[in-house]
Design a protein around this ligand. Structure first.
Ligand code: SAM
Length: 636
């Protein structure tokens, strides 16, 4: 999947053996980048013209070491007014590893403030679509780790300026192929520009054929010429709707808090309505939850979404809820090959050759070593996996002055009005009141039946109970989350968490001894030696603590995320994966509400869309082969 870029150092320059070309020229370095890509697209002037609430979008072919991105970000910081934002889209087939990236960027000390942020995010990269915020959300990077030919057709949103920066056309022809240019035009706005260091005649002709008016400009230093061009139309800057825009988010769990945060970051005034007396009291109320990305070699659309969500969630948490071993621990997660079916899944998945920072196949001895206690099986090791406290995650996401929380408010109806949507409901004293906003996002879990516009969404309540078990001297050595047909987390304050049961169509949240017993039997499956060490046979299940809550699930498990009716969005049906998927879902909705570049490929945007799901539309696969970076549709 992530085949090595085959990068090496030659005479102080990063060189690609695969393409026989350098990543950057050390003679001219940043000055050349700025001349060709920034001035070639007249970005300084265009950034300075942006006014509050507007977004500018750059597209690039070939992320490499991210120098163009860092230079564009620096220029944006210097030139663009407050309240504006930058979307930077790029694609990279052979990502550098973290050490190479850091070594290469260390050559440019003037960029180090920017480079350090990129390097910190780099360990969160996953194959496929990555979306990371920088500068508190003013700059958004959408980086597709995959092939340019597959990534560009999937862009949803308009690009204002392109950096064409593959290796030399003679050595890297697929980056300069006609279909690439056609997709560039498809993803462009009227008046979009491009710039490139190359001035090869056939590239000029291909670009002209796709509709660009192309000029030659003096190149940098000793290079005589470069190309730049423009599509017809005036270079419009798409007005984002974020300035003085208003949104109501219904539901104060992790889905609602995540979308509130993403909207507030874009300048929306957000009213967050929650029925309970505080945020995170329902499905997001467990004291701890695990970050668990369950994948399989088939890599269907849901799994692509889970993978993209995993990378996004880790980066979002780094920003909002840094690891402190109290509210969040990055202790790693083991998925055990505890049955023949699981062994098959794990072996097939591991054969896809994942980058080791994401997941690794381990044997029982390595698993025991990683877990700190004896494991009877090997399996998959996710070094960045771990656990977190969902209520703290919700609080961190909702901590924004632009979000006003109204807890104890039960939203009962939704009506379209001239200005957008009206929500009517009652507070804890049964006093009726209403709120209006341009955008409403429903994040209520399975409780949507009272909203007539949503009543047909296929949501099923699923009861889940967790069990807290006292730690014993040997079990305290457990340092990783371990999953089999359930999960066990390391002890915190003398308690392990074991989860979780699945009771379909069950809406009661009483604590049940049967469910505790079922969770204890999961522990035996995870590690017989731990089960012995924790004396589970002598535990009185009626005395155990735990918590039950109701998650919402949808057939096929793909959540319902996107616009249902104009201005009415849903982030629903996250099932047991909400801690992973809520963040990227919030980002998707907020970007869509602002008319910005979406963080996911169109095939996934369509698969998540509640409107398409209600209308029964299916999504067709554009790609012949499934690989981790390349979504392939399976029948819904
Ligand atoms: N823009 C980069 C920067 O500022 O650091 C330098 C880009 S480097 C000259 C070209 C990049 O294109 C390499 O990282 C290479 O791996 C990538 N590349 C080559 N062929 C590709 C393809 N078919 N799809 C995606 N990326 C590709």
């Amino acid at each position: 999947m992530n085949s090595s870029p085959d990068a090496c150092w030659r005479d102080g320059q990063l060189f690609s053996r695969r393409y026989g070309d350098v990543y950057f020229s050390s003679d001219s370095g940043l000055a050349e980048k700025r001349h060709v890509f920034l001035q070639g697209n007249r970005l300084g002037e265009r950034f300075a013209l942006l006014s509050n609430g507007y977004t500018f979008a750059i597209g690039e072919t070939g992320f490499g070491m991210g120098l163009n991105f860092l230079c564009a970000w620096q220029l944006f910081d210097e030139q663009a007014a407050p309240g504006t934002s930058l979307d930077f889209f790029s694609v990279e087939k052979h990502p550098l590893d973290g050490t190479e990236l850091a070594a290469a960027l260390a050559l440019w000390p003037e960029l180090h403030l920017y480079a350090d942020e990129l390097i910190a995010r780099w360990r969160r990269r996953v194959p496929g679509w990555n979306r990371w915020d920088f500068s508190g959300g003013r700059v958004r990077l959408t980086l597709v780790i995959g092939d340019v030919a597959e990534a560009l057709p999937e862009i949803v949103g308009g690009i204002d300026a392109w950096f064409l920066d593959g290796f030399s056309p003679a050595r890297n022809p697929e980056m300069w192929a006609q279909p690439v240019f056609e997709n560039i035009v498809r993803a462009s706005r009227p008046g979009t520009t491009f710039a490139t260091y190359t001035c090869a005649g056939w590239i000029r002709r291909n670009l002209e054929q796709t509709g660009f008016q192309v000029d030659k400009l003096p190149g940098f230093g000793r290079k005589r010429e470069m190309l730049r061009g423009r599509l017809p139309g005036s270079p419009a800057i798409h007005p984002a709707r974020s300035t003085s825009a208003t949104a109501i988010v219904i539901g104060g769990g992790v889905a609602g808090c995540a979308v509130s945060s993403a909207l507030a970051t874009r300048g929306f005034s957000v009213t967050l309505l929650e029925r309970a007396p505080a945020l995170a009291k329902a499905a997001s109320g467990n004291p701890r939850g695990i970050l668990h990305a369950r994948l399989s070699a088939g890599m269907n659309l849901l799994q692509h979404f889970v993978l993209a969500s995993y990378g996004h969630a880790l980066a979002l948490l780094d920003e909002k809820l840094p690891v402190d071993n109290i509210a969040r621990a990055e202790c790693g997660e083991l998925q055990l090959a505890f049955s023949p079916e699981e062994t098959l899944r794990i072996d097939k998945l591991a054969a896809l050759n994942w980058p080791s920072h994401l997941l690794q196949r381990v044997d029982a001895a390595e698993a025991s070593n990683l877990a700190g206690v004896e494991m009877a099986h090997g399996g998959l090791w996710f070094p960045a996996g771990g656990w977190l406290a969902p209520p703290q995650m919700c609080a961190a996401l909702a901590a924004n002055q632009a979000i006003v929380q109204h807890t104890g408010y039960r939203a009962e109806s939704l009506t379209a009005v001239d200005a957008g949507w009206r929500v009517e409901g009652k507070n804890e004293y049964e006093r009726a009141s209403a709120y209006e906003a341009q955008v409403v996002v429903v994040c209520t879990g399975y409780q949507v039946k009272s909203f007539s516009a949503l009543a047909n969404l296929p949501l099923t309540p699923v009861r889940g109970q967790i069990t807290m078990v006292p730690a014993m001297p040997d079990s305290k050595n457990l340092r990783a989350v371990v999953c089999a047909n359930g999960y066990l987390a390391p002890s915190v304050s003398g308690l392990h968490m074991i989860g979780a049961t699945h009771g379909f169509n069950d809406e009661s949240v009483d604590l049940r001894t049967d469910d505790h017993a079922a969770n204890l039997s999961r522990l035996t499956e995870i590690s017989p030696s731990l089960a012995r060490a924790m004396n589970i046979n002598s535990l009185d299940v009626s005395q155990l603590n735990g918590r039950a809550s109701i998650r919402a699930s949808v057939p096929g498990a793909m959540p319902l995320v996107g616009e249902l009716l104009p201005g009415l969005y849903t982030s629903l049906g996250h099932g047991t994966r909400g801690l992973l998927t809520a963040g990227l879902s919030g980002e998707l909705i907020a970007a869509a509400a602002c008319g910005q570049l979406l963080p996911l490929p169109s095939i996934l945007v369509n698969a998540l869309s509640p409107a398409r799901r209600l209308s029964g539309l299916r999504v067709k696969t554009p790609f012949p082969n499934a690989t981790p970076g390349n979504p392939k549709q399976q029948e819904e």
